[in-house]
Ligand binder design. Structure first.
Ligand SMILES: [Zn+2]
Length: 314
């Protein structure tokens, strides 16, 4: 009744410092049949919370019998992760805009092609963990093509992107392989980040991940019903147009913010002037991404994300 745990490191190119470029993939095979579930994190190198969630899962697996197989890719972009950077430092590209990748392309396209070949094309379900960075904190789940699975993670706010005839604006993300090409169930988790203790987010992350694995019948046990949830049809990302200290005035994540309220303001750390006041974009919105401490921002950084409660569903 025990799992077989292996690690493999497919090489996809070399680095100028003489080291090999490879993915690190764990494969955990249960003694009973079931789906192959791929779990990935840190596709953006400065979103480390998901890697910690996968670490917690990994530590449970010697005594947690599974049905089927788990394929873990804890650090999808190692060079970016190593320097806490969103993009690959070698070519400054966003890995999650380069899928399905190109084995004869630039470095990030080669990395994307390796992830496509070694991970995205061998799994039956994809659970992808994103987070805030070392400044903003985020808390929502995408609904792509398996609403029950998305809901079972247990987050309060869910986002169902509006599909257009041309598809969505998410071109070059992993979903060009998982959704558009293969149509396997996909859940994208956005949880954690910020200059706050990550422990509560990691605990929520592992609880939600285990519940998704129960929903998929990969592990035994009853699925814990989700809390009261809201599904928003649109999200606006608001970026400060001025640099300085961003002071948040918005309510906590998951709470409602109404027209006339300020999300926050940018204050000069030099003159102490208020450089910008940032209004909320919707008549009634719900907080999805915020700065939970006073953070220094550049103009154009991630400031806030607000979901539109107009047209929201329970
Ligand atoms: Zn991300």
């Amino acid at each position: 009744m025990t799992n077989t745990m292996t690690i493999r490191r497919p090489k996809f190119t070399t680095h100028a410092d003489g080291t090999d470029a490879y993915l690190t993939i764990h494969e955990i095979t249960g003694s009973q049949p079931g789906p192959t579930v791929g779990i990935s994190a840190a596709i953006h190198g400065n979103e480390p919370t998901g890697t910690e969630i996968i670490l917690e899962l990994f530590r449970m697996l010697p005594t947690l019998p599974i049905k089927g197989k788990l394929v873990l890719l804890p650090v999808a972009n190692p060079r970016a992760y190593a320097v806490n950077h969103r993009f690959t430092p070698i070519d400054e590209l966003n890995l999650n805009r380069e899928f399905p990748g190109d084995p004869k392309g630039n470095y990030t396209q080669q990395l994307a092609a390796a992830i496509t070949r070694e991970f995205l094309e061998v799994i039956d379900v994809h659970l992808d963990f994103h987070s805030g960075t070392d400044r903003p904190t985020v808390d929502y789940i995408y609904i792509w093509n398996d609403e029950a699975l998305s809901r079972s993670f247990g987050s309060k706010v869910l986002y169902r992107p509006v599909q257009t005839r041309e598809g969505t604006t998410f071109s070059g993300t992993t979903k060009v392989v998982t959704l558009d090409r293969r149509n396997i169930p996909v859940v994208v988790v956005e949880l954690g980040g910020g200059i706050v203790d990550q422990k509560p987010y990691v605990q929520r992350g592992i609880a939600g991940l285990l519940n998704m694995l129960r929903q998929l019948k990969v592990i035994d046990g009853d699925v814990v019903p989700p809390p009261k949830q809201v599904v928003v049809p649109a999200i606006k990302t608001i970026r400060p147009t001025q640099a300085g200290i961003l002071e948040t005035l918005a309510p906590p994540l998951g709470e409602v913010i109404r027209k006339g309220q300020l999300l926050g303001r940018v204050v000069s750390p030099y003159t102490f002037e208020v450089l910008e006041e940032i209004p909320t974009p919707y008549d009634e919105g719900i907080m999805i991404l915020s700065h939970l401490s006073r953070n220094l921002v550049e103009s154009g950084d991630y400031g806030y994300m607000v979901g539109d409660m107009n047209g929201a569903q329970p």
